[in-house]
Design a protein around this ligand. Structure first.
Ligand code: SER
Length: 319
């Protein structure tokens, strides 16, 4: 019987992944944890407050619930990390090492940990970035994710810890908000478009970044975690890709539904972060190893969000 702990369950990815895991394993077999108080999105789950820096508390929760799989999602993202690099490094690295060490000691069945396109840097080939290539990240977030990838492979090779990872592109969902990332504009823009506001973008209009709709990200995560051992050949982290677009292109996609929607551009410090990342990603290794395939492109994602977000927003207003 699998018993799963999600660390960072209140976050953008965590709140949706927790619900999806509940559908597969049963809500009673998924424990949500976060440093924050529980939110409405995870109200159907047992909740434990956890600062992942506290390894004793982490071990206590794992023992108490008989946990055998951990999804460790808690991290400081790229833009927020630059405001306090030591803090971001400390949290991102110590958190991961606490989870890996626990997995080794307690011989947990499987660990999931997300990496990011932020592991790439200015010298990385920018278009169709390969799985194995130059990696020279220049954000503390990217440095911590690259170091984390090396630690994951180390724990797999030396101790047999079955840790699996994806290099997510920017994740776009309408059910929960991101915090502190460089790709967050592509979530905020839909909220502005629906409220009738003009949108001011913190990236320039022609900045291409790799992105993915949340339902594809959840599918990729669960497919990787349920893949047979022999199919998981990369133990650092897999490139996964779905969509690549610029702010101009997402505006045009929204204008097909809301013709009056307008955006202006006022790049800030996040432009330099975006400029150091790839435009698009080659994910052929993930496709070949465990059959990864995304379902959504830019226009199908836009239609889905603009159809479902108004109802969600009005349910929040009524609550
Ligand atoms: N979405 C993340 C960020 O912008 C990238 O992994 O920081």
């Amino acid at each position: 019987m699998d018993k799963i702990l999600v660390i960072g369950a209140c976050g953008q990815l965590g709140s949706e992944l927790t619900n999806e895991l509940g559908k597969i394993y049963g809500n009673e077999n998924v424990i949500a944890s976060d440093i924050s108080q529980p939110n409405a999105a995870i109200k159907d789950f047992s909740f434990e407050q956890l600062d992942v820096m506290n390894s004793a508390r982490l071990a206590e929760i794992v023992d108490h619930h008989g946990i055998n799989q951990v999804y460790h999602l808690a991290a400081i993202l790229s833009a927020k990390g630059e405001e306090n690099p030591q803090w971001a490094w400390n949290l991102n690295m110590t958190g991961l090492l606490n989870v890996l060490e626990l997995a080794k000691e307690k011989q947990l069945k499987r660990i999931y940990w997300p990496s990011s396109i932020a592991v790439f840097g200015p010298s990385t080939p920018r278009v169709n970035t390969p799985q194995d290539t130059v990696m020279d990240p220049n954000t503390v977030y990217g440095i911590s994710k690259l170091a984390g990838e090396r630690w994951c492979e180390y724990y797999f090779e030396k101790y047999g810890v079955d840790v699996r990872s994806l290099r997510y592109p920017g994740l776009i969902g309408y059910k929960s908000l991101p915090g502190g990332g460089t790709t967050d504009y592509a979530v905020d823009i839909y909220h502005k478009a629906l409220s009738g506001d003009k949108f001011e973008c913190f990236l320039s209009e022609d900045t291409y970044l790799p992105m993915m709709y949340m339902s594809d990200a959840i599918k990729a995560t669960i497919d990787l975690m349920r893949a047979p051992d022999e199919q998981v050949k990369v133990r650092s982290s897999y490139n996964v890709s779905a969509i690549s677009f610029s702010p101009t292109e997402i505006v045009e996609s929204i204008q097909k539904h809301i013709p009056d929607f307008k955006a202006s551009y006022n790049p800030d410090f996040r432009q330099a972060i975006a400029d150091s990342w790839p435009d698009s990603i080659d994910d052929s290794v993930a496709r070949n190893d465990w059959g990864w395939e995304p379902a959504y492109d830019l226009d199908t994602m836009t239609s889905d969000i603009l159809k479902n977000l108004p109802e969600l927003l009005s349910s929040f207003q009524q609550a």
